[in-house]
Design a protein around this ligand. Sequence first.
Ligand code: BJW
Length: 238
Amino acid sequence: MAERAPSIVILTGAGISRESGLATFRDADGIWAKLRIEDVATPEAFARDPVRVHAFYNARRAQLRDAAVQPNAAHRALAELDARWPGELLLVTQNVDDLHDRAGSRRLLHMHGELMKARCLHCGAVRPWAQDLATATPCPACGRAGGMRPHVVWFGEMPLEMERIGEALEGCGLFVAIGTSAQVYPAAGFVAEVAGRARTVELNLEPSAATGHFDEAIHGPATELVPRFVEDLLRRWG
Ligand code: BJW
């Protein structure tokens, strides 16, 4: 009898979007080399200085609107895997960019939120948002100003969709982490959660903090490693 295609969970991080022109966080030229987390990526920073936090996210949103920033071969390969994989599959991204969406991935969760959405702290409404946000921006749902914030997950906040991610991790037979340094929890702990039950593979430019937990670690640029990895999977099971 033919072997059943395993359930796959893929975790991606900033490294997969680097070759599309978006900075990572912890590389030498990364975002946290220029800015302090406590100044722009915590709820306390937003409460203290919303103008500064808005400026940081407005600039990153503008970068996503730049025509030069497009999904790369790694995003496209994962979208093709999603379209052709005969078994269960879940792509969990820590990235707030929309490059997986634009590449065509459908079975996709943004656990750290989405830059192209805004949320109202007064009424909780979440709306697509491509333009700048300001402290005076009124909520399109409740009309109140002062509460609109980027729909992203800051340090100290609960990542999104944790229940669905937990269920997928529980049932998965293959776990693949791509372009993440494994320094931010809970995502960094996923590999340890599935160890022993699932085959685990790291695809990253260099060894991550969790490399030792993976059955296999392959190092190089995502645009080279991911299409090759996807092709191998589809040749075997697609
Ligand atoms: C390439 C490449 C190429 C380059 N090809 N690869 C002590 C212990 C444990 C946990 C904690 C602790 N103290 C505090 C915590 C919790 C805290 C945490 O983890 N802190 C650590 C710093 C210790 N976590 C949280 O607060 C989270 N919430 C939480 O824990 O809630 C409670 C909870 C409890 C129980 C269950 C569930 C929840 C929230 C974390 C929110 C993170 N937010 C950010 C900002 C989002 C908005 C924005 O974008 O501005 O998310 S921070 C930033 O880091 C962003 C990323 O998604 C995240 C991960 O970064 P990522 O993607 O790994 O990027 P890099 O730059 O670190 O790595 C890139 C990698 O790519 C590198 O390895 C490169 O080599 C590689 N690379 N080019 C392939 N071409």
